[in-house]
Design a protein around this ligand. Structure first.
Ligand SMILES: [Zn+2]
Length: 203
């Protein structure tokens, strides 16, 4: 059966004929460059393209807008623990969160679209728009801010760096930085220099 994946399976066979997959990092799933990159799932914002990432160089996680979701926090907590227990000699692990201009998540800024999405999925409308839910416990509503539209990537990436740095589950062996990728110029600008978690309960 043919699918959109079919032509890519041809590329897979070509890949398997090379020795690329044998360039495994020393600690197999800790990448060569000690990097964890969070970007938007937008097909234009693949760091293999705009950062020239090669095999085994970085962990890449992609979400709507490149927002730091609970799943991203869990992945960062996991990798921090792996570093502490499996690679205690270091070095530090660097997390780079990269938001971008012209992001599709800005659709959530449109009231009709956002409310339709909230109704269709059960996600909290206020959380999707970025407004705080005043009493999450009493209302049973979520205050998870990770659905905010990326209208101002420099502002949302600052908020997400802060979110990661303030989570006590993130190891102090990890640094977090924030960046904006401009889809027009192709350039990445750093807006938050690498910093360590302040509230880390972990080494
Ligand atoms: Zn995007």
């Amino acid at each position: 059966m043919s699918s959109n994946l079919t032509p890519l399976l041809e590329r897979n066979r070509a890949f398997a004929e090379t020795d690329t997959r044998t360039h495994t990092p020393r600690a197999p799933f800790l990448p060569h460059q000690g990097l964890f990159i969070v970007t938007c799932m937008d097909s234009r914002t693949d760091p293999a393209d705009f950062l020239g990432l090669r095999f085994g160089e970085a962990i890449v996680a992609r979400t709507v807008g490149g927002r730091v979701t609970p799943a991203i926090i869990q992945a960062l907590a996991f990798i921090g623990y792996v570093v502490e227990t499996k690679a205690p000699e270091g070095p530090y692990f660097e997390v780079a969160i990269i938001h971008h201009t012209d992001c599709g998540s800005t659709l959530l800024a449109d009231e009709e679209f956002r409310q339709g999405f909230a109704e269709r999925t059960g996600y909290d409308d206020d959380a999707l728009t970025g407004l705080p839910v005043l009493d999450p416990a009493a209302t049973g509503r979520s205050n998870d801010a990770s659905g905010f539209p990326v209208l101002d990537p420099a502002a949302t990436v600052r908020a997400d760096v802060e979110r990661a740095l303030s989570d006590p589950r993130i190891s102090s062996r990890i640094t977090v930085s924030g960046h904006v990728y401009d889809v027009d110029t192709g350039l990445v600008a750093t807006v938050v220099e690498p910093a360590s978690p302040r509230a880390s309960a972990i080494r």
